[in-house]
Design a protein around this ligand. Structure first.
Ligand code: GLU
Length: 496
């Protein structure tokens, strides 16, 4: 439950992904919660690319993140792709802005140049650890005179880094869901905030941007919680206002450990999309990763989320990732989807599996096949192995599969022969699953054990252990192919 009354005027929230990889489910959640929060209070939602890590950041990742968020149905008011009153929205293009703030800290002696080598720092930390103490680096460069700094810079122009003279004080903030959180500033050491005047690091750039972009609330994952006191201390030194903070609970695996590769869970939105999860299902699922409406209602489209969402219902405890729930939701939205649309979404999978050629004209042909499986489909990618048999010229299966328990081969042969004759009598124009049902069921009932006729018919038509019912399949296959496949089954049984 929210422990603090929130300000709801002129809300401006942001999501600030680092473009160093594909859109992660946790990032999508941060985006969704910020988006819903902005919607709720008629605020603005900003996308900011945090690409201070030059080696790992790539424009392709930014594009992937933007496309992924749009695919999910999340949009923003300002961002690198849209512009806005506070552009640019890529940190790599804001160097000029950060420089001013770094210079202020340096001028006021709240920051200093450090020339310690990596080796020195590492050795110091190791020594602290061996003494059982926290590895907080004690840098003595803060004592350097300006002239000494200049001298060092002259000798080694690219050496050094800028450290914040972190105040050794207690720092507290009111998290909007967790209440008061206090940290001991002396445990942070003098943190490095920039490599040089033109290359700030995350914590520093983030503070400057949140202020410059007039961000009112920072809503982000719990993994950032220890950055918050550092950012507050930086804001204090810069004499700027900090936003409000709300940290979303960690996403946990079924064993309640932080979700990681070890759980074998897909975390990339792009991978979910490839597997055939629908954006509606993912949004519904992601919304429940740390939030719930306080009722039994489980199904929420974006519109409903916009109405229902409130930060009071964000939980503090970890959000368990339940893959079955996602499958359930995906199946639900697949069932609700108009057949035409579902078929269109299935087409790329069929093309990729080589079952059909690219082309929109296929929809009317494929839709009846997809219809047979709409009820049981959990994800779109499953469609290929469910309906592949419709496209195959020669089905491959062992003849033993045709045999229903308790039936001998000769009885089976006469069942199939009979079936072939009976079905041949149906006129082309009357061929339908209803008609086939009408003709075959009396025979099946006469035999007593329906399986004796329905099972081999189904196997003959699909070549599969499990599939939709034989009449439905025959209806879609059409008369010619149905009879052809029954003939093939007979031939297969006759082979020695
Ligand atoms: N760039 C950070 C990340 O991708 C976001 C940090 C923040 O929201 O302040 O995790």
């Amino acid at each position: 439950m929210a422990s603090k009354k929130i300000t709801t005027e002129n809300i401006r929230v942001r999501m600030a992904p680092s473009p160093t990889g594909p859109l992660h489910i946790g990032t999508a959640r941060t985006a969704l919660f910020n988006f819903l929060f902005a919607k709720k209070y008629n605020g603005k939602f900003i996308l900011r690319t945090e690409d201070t890590d030059k080696e790992r950041s790539k424009i392709e990742w930014e594009e992937g993140i933007i496309n992924g968020l749009h695919w999910l149905g999340i949009d923003w008011d300002e961002g690198p792709d849209k512009g806005g009153a506070f552009e640019p929205y890529r940190q790599s293009q804001r160097t000029r802005i950060y420089k001013k703030y770094i210079e202020k800290l340096l001028a006021e002696k709240n920051a200093y140049w450090c020339f310690c080598s990596q080796e020195e720092i590492e050795a110091f930390k190791q020594e602290r650890l061996s003494m059982g103490k926290p590895p907080i680096y004690k840098c003595h460069c803060s004592g350097l005179k300006d002239s000494e700094v200049l001298e060092k810079q002259k000798i080694q122009p690219t050496a050094g880094a800028i450290r914040f003279k972190t105040p050794k004080i207690e720092v507290s903030f009111e998290d909007l869901t967790r209440g008061k959180i206090t940290y001991d500033g002396s445990l942070f050491g003098d943190m490095v905030i920039a490599k040089n005047l033109d290359e700030p690091l995350y914590n520093f750039a983030c503070v400057v941007d949140d202020f410059e972009m007039k961000i009112t609330h920072v809503i982000r994952g719990e993994d950032h919680i220890s950055n918050t006191p550092k950012q507050i201390l930086l804001a204090l030194a810069l004499e700027i206002k900090s936003p409000e903070f709300l940290h979303l609970p960690l996403i946990l695996g079924p064993d309640k450990a932080k979700l990681s590769k070890r759980h074998g869970t897909t975390t990339s939105i792009e991978d979910y999309k490839k597997q055939g999860y629908l954006p509606e299902a993912l949004i519904n699922f992601i919304a429940f990763l740390g939030w719930n409406p306080g009722s039994k209602e489980e199904i929420f489209l974006m519109d409903a989320l916009e109405k229902e969402f409130s930060i009071e219902k964000i939980q503090k405890s970890g959000a368990i990732f339940n893959a079955q729930k996602l499958d359930f939701l995906n199946g639900y939205f697949i069932r609700k989807m108009p057949l035409e649309k579902l078929t269109e979404l299935c087409l790329p999978y069929l093309v990729e599996a080589g079952l059909i050629n690219r082309g929109v004209e296929e929809v009317s042909k494929i839709a009846p096949m997809v219809a047979l499986y709409q009820e049981r489909l959990k994800k779109l990618s499953e469609i290929t192995e469910l309906i592949d048999f419709f496209f195959v010229k020669n089905l491959e299966y062992e003849k033993e599969l045709l045999i229903w328990k308790g039936i001998g081969e000769s009885e089976l042969l006469s069942v199939l022969d009979n079936m072939l004759k009976t079905l041949s009598n149906i006129k082309e124009g009357e061929w339908s699953k209803e008609k086939i049902n009408e003709i075959i069921m009396p025979i099946a009932n006469e035999i007593g054990d329906r399986g004796k006729i329905l099972w081999p018919m189904r196997v003959a038509l699909s070549g599969k252990k499990a599939s939709a019912g034989p009449f439905e399949i025959a209806g879609v296959l059409g008369k010619e192919k149905t009879l052809q496949r029954i003939k093939e089954a007979i031939e297969r049984l006759q082979e020695v």
